[in-house]
Design a protein around this ligand. Structure first.
Ligand code: AHM
Ligand code: MG
Length: 332
């Protein structure tokens, strides 16, 4: 037998029984995300050529208007997720409202997906990595009826799976179904994700803090005091910490997951709930963080216990190594 890393497809099938409801549908859903992320990878790898092939919003040489990559990614995920008839609805950062899938093939669909198809997309212009974030729930309304808003407005502790794709120097897909976190790296020559990071664990302590310090003056006093703490010298607690902020949430989170660290996007005087969206940015990353031994809060309470009341709701976000998030909370 050839000794080679397990592919994502093999891993999904092997772990199908980990789910409470092992009907194979969630496996198919994850396979749709796997496919879409490969197509988005292909589109992103061409992004630097838009200036010569036609920038977004203008006509290309074929006379077609180029779409923004966020919209391209949204279309790709939407089509891939809709095709197999597994989900009854989709909500996305790119769409004001959720979409209902109620054609015949969705008659038995039990899942809804919430997605940020291309987070940090302003980084594309400067060739910095971006990501996709996704969150999956079982519907709460009866199967066979059109999905409703309440299917999407579930607290994060009800997620059945969540993950992200980081389009970096490699493309990686990292996900959890509530049984730990596993990371897969795309082998570009054969187009297959391979298990490169089994059972990922976030170090309980770290040396990295990630925050947009340009907002320092707008932050509440507790946040300012915590930033001062991060910068203070104390060799016993690894301080001063190293500041690392890409401004691309998935990449910042991914680095801190591997190396240990804290990411925070707090409320500010001009943004009472911060910037990040609860349902398709914070909840999925919070689920992953907890599954890897980390923590995620809004500064006061667990992110996963927040009952959402709107689709695009924002929330202050503190996520990362357990001891670092615990310490940050003592300042709030
Ligand atoms: P987006 O969903 O419009 O891309 O915004 C989310 C992004 C995150 O990736 C990143 O962490 C954050 O915005 C950066 O915001 P800021 O530039 O205010 O620091
Ligand atoms: Mg986003």
């Amino acid at each position: 037998m050839i000794n080679r890393p397990q592919t994502l497809g093999e891993f999904i099938i092997d772990h199908q029984r980990d789910f409470n409801y092992a009907s194979g549908e969630l496996s198919q859903l994850l396979s749709s995300i796997r496919l879409a992320s490969k197509i988005v990878t292909r589109e992103i790898r061409k992004a630097g050529l838009t200036d010569i092939l036609g920038a977004s919003g203008v006509e290309n040489v074929q006379g077609e208007v180029q779409m923004k990559l966020d919209d391209v990614a949204n279309e790709i995920f939407l089509k891939a997720l809709k095709n197999r008839g597994i989900i009854c609805g989709l909500a996305s950062e790119e769409m004001d409202s959720y979409i209902i899938f109620d054609e015949e093939k969705h008659a038995e669909s039990k899942y809804v997906v919430l997605i940020d198809p291309l987070d940090g997309s302003s980084n594309i212009d400067v060739n910095v990595s971006v990501g996709t974030i996704f969150s999956i729930y079982r519907r709460v309304t009866p199967v066979g009826q059109p999905a409703e808003l309440k299917d999407f407005l579930q607290p994060g502790n009800q997620q059945v799976a969540a993950g992200y794709v980081v389009y970096g120097s490699s493309t990686m897909l990292v996900y959890t179904t509530g049984n730990g976190v596993n990371g897969f790296t795309l082998e570009p020559s054969i187009g297959t994700f391979q298990l490169s990071h089994p059972n990922m664990q976030m170090p309980v302590d770290g040396k990295i803090y990630s925050v947009n310090t340009g907002n320092y003056l707008k932050f509440p006093d507790g946040v300012k005091a915590y930033i001062d703490y991060c910068q203070d010298k104390d060799p016993d607690t690894n301080r001063p910490y190293t500041g690392r902020y890409i401004g691309s949430l998935v990449s910042d989170f991914h680095r801190n997951l591997l190396k240990g660290g804290i990411y925070f996007y707090p409320e500010g005087t001009n943004a009472p709930n911060g910037k990040l969206r609860l349902l398709y940015e914070c909840n999925p990353l919070a689920f992953l963080a907890e599954q890897a031994g980390g923590l995620a809060t809004d500064g006061h309470q667990r992110i996963l216990d927040i009952q959402p009341d709107e689709l695009h709701q924002r929330v202050p976000f503190f996520v990362g190594s357990k001891h670092m998030v615990e310490k940050a909370m003592t300042f709030m």
